[in-house]
Write a protein that binds this ligand. Structure first.
Ligand code: HEM
Length: 143
């Protein structure tokens, strides 16, 4: 019976918990963000996404790490430092179309593969992040 209760409750785990909780999840999110930007920085398939970013990715790495820590259900590092993310507004200066969104997701999926994320987690996290990435779009598809 207890098992059943725990099992039912387990559906409500946050991504932060699924990633190992404190302190493991922090390390995993750090690795994920580092790998994500390393891919963005080197894979020619995402050259146009890379070109939108500053030459030095240090700030972007730090901010995405802080944001994702809170977004997954961990400490609200980004909010504490910068206030509400207003993510869509902050992305308005960049022309984000389907291609930019897909390049962003490509980097994220590749990073999760490289870090050998469990398939179930990869699908769940990938689906949620795709929703956020799609929400960032500010350019209508052409045609
Ligand atoms: C859909 C395609 C996306 C593109 C093309 C894009 C592009 C960018 C660019 C060019 C910056 C500025 C980097 C800098 O100045 O160092 C940025 C910042 C940021 N992005 Fe994205 N992004 C995308 C999706 C996302 C998603 C899905 C998330 C979150 C899950 C995200 C989170 C952030 C955060 C937290 C920042 C820092 C904001 C700040 O300045 O405080 N982005 N993004």
């Amino acid at each position: 019976m207890l098992d059943k209760i725990e099992e039912a409750g387990s559906d409500k785990r946050t991504f932060y918990e699924m990633l190992g909780g404190e302190p493991k999840a922090t390390e995993v999110i750090r690795d994920l963000v580092e790998t994500f930007y390393d891919i963005m920085d080197t894979d020619s398939k995402v050259a146009s996404l890379r070109a939108m970013h500053p030459k030095d990715l240090t700030g972007a790495r730090e901010k995405l790490f802080m944001f994702l820590t809170g977004w997954t259900g961990g400490p609200q590092l980004y909010m504490e430092r910068y206030g509400h993310p207003r993510l869509r507004a902050r992305h308005l200066p960049f022309n984000i179309d389907e291609s930019a969104r897909d390049q962003w997701m490509y980097c994220m999926i590749q990073a999760m593969h490289r870090l050998e994320f469990e398939e179930d987690l990869m699908i769940k996290l990938g689906t949620q992040l795709h929703g956020v990435a799609d929400f960032m779009r500010n350019q209508e598809p052409v045609g």
